[in-house]
Write a new protein. Sequence first.
Length: 337
Amino acid sequence: MPNKILVTGASGYIGSHTCVELLQAGFAVVALDNLRNSSRKSIARVERICCSRVTFYEADVRDRPALDRVMREHEIDAVIHFAGLKAVGESIAKPLLYFDNNVSGTVTLLTAMAEANVKRFVFSSSATVYGDPESVPIKESARLSATNPYGRSKLMVEQILNDLMQADPNWRISILRYFNPAGAHPSGLIGEDPQGIPNNLMPFVAQVAVGRRAKLAIFGNDYPTPDGTGIRDYIHVVDLARGHVAALRRLFTQPGGFTINLGTGQGYSVLEAVRAFEAASGCAVPFDIVPRRPGDIASCYASPTEARELLGWHAEKNLEEMCADHWRWQSMNPQGY
Ligand code: NAD
Ligand code: WQD
């Protein structure tokens, strides 16, 4: 019998790609999502890519009876927890929504897991927990801080998970701090489908390239970076998904928990990313330089050493592949799912 993984937030961007990598690695997948920020169609596409079935529950992680039902109906071996809200601006406007969804939701899920004696857990954290880093590349041991409620919700859950492992060493927990996910599955069948105006660079650029939006606004060209625009560590979502499979494998073979960065270790500026997307798509991406976005930092990229040493995992795909795959998804699905 293959190990059965409950994936929360499974129909979302990173969740759907991780379902594909899990199925292809021989795991069975039970998917759960409340569809707040995604479409059920992504699960059908996952099934199409993998020629296998996924059991899907439309449910909220704050709904304890629904979680108990999933645990009763399946013998779950581990949980990967993607379900969460992730818009920084919205979190500033609606902090209670973010703490309820991201923090209370995780506590409810962990409680249901403990009750069912399921104690392997992979958590989607973020490089946002490093705040404005003192230096780059950022190691896992760097000082942590949060600059907005979204970031604080991730930091709080990290602390809760560490307390839980302290209290009960049977828990095996992997905290994964993602840098900037980009790209899509090379099939073009699944990808990022943001609702409304994209907050993040890559989906915005892709929508300009496909003609859904007129122009990109670049938030500042006066940062202390070589071309003045912000530097980030863009990581292909398929590499990121494979990082989860590697983390899970370790949880199945070794006790204890760990916290690691999932990034490439390579930073690119906004202008470099835009040029790479233009080259991959063959489309112009017109832009204006506008003032800095409040809360943005100059430069953020990972030290990927710990992930390589602990998991034997490293990112394999470069910026060109991210842009080519993102473009394939966007041009095959110009309006999303
Ligand atoms: P996404 O919005 O595409 O996926 C999240 C999914 O969770 C969505 O399908 C949404 O409907 C679902 N969801 C939200 N709240 C839920 C709830 N209470 N119950 C059930 N389902 C719920 O986002 P993503 O980019 O795939 O992000 C996945 C996770 O990774 C999130 O926790 C996010 O905070 C984290 N993360 C994302 C990024 C990024 O830039 N994309 C970076 C770092 C960390
Ligand atoms: C990248 C670069 C912008 C949009 C955010 C969250 C973080 C994490 C990932 C979840 C920056 C510039 C962007 C645009 C632009 N999410 N930019 N015009 O800011 O690194 O991180 O998403 O955990 O928590 O804060 O990513 O894609 O928004 O921005 O010029 O329309 O692109 O200023 O330099 P960021 P991003």
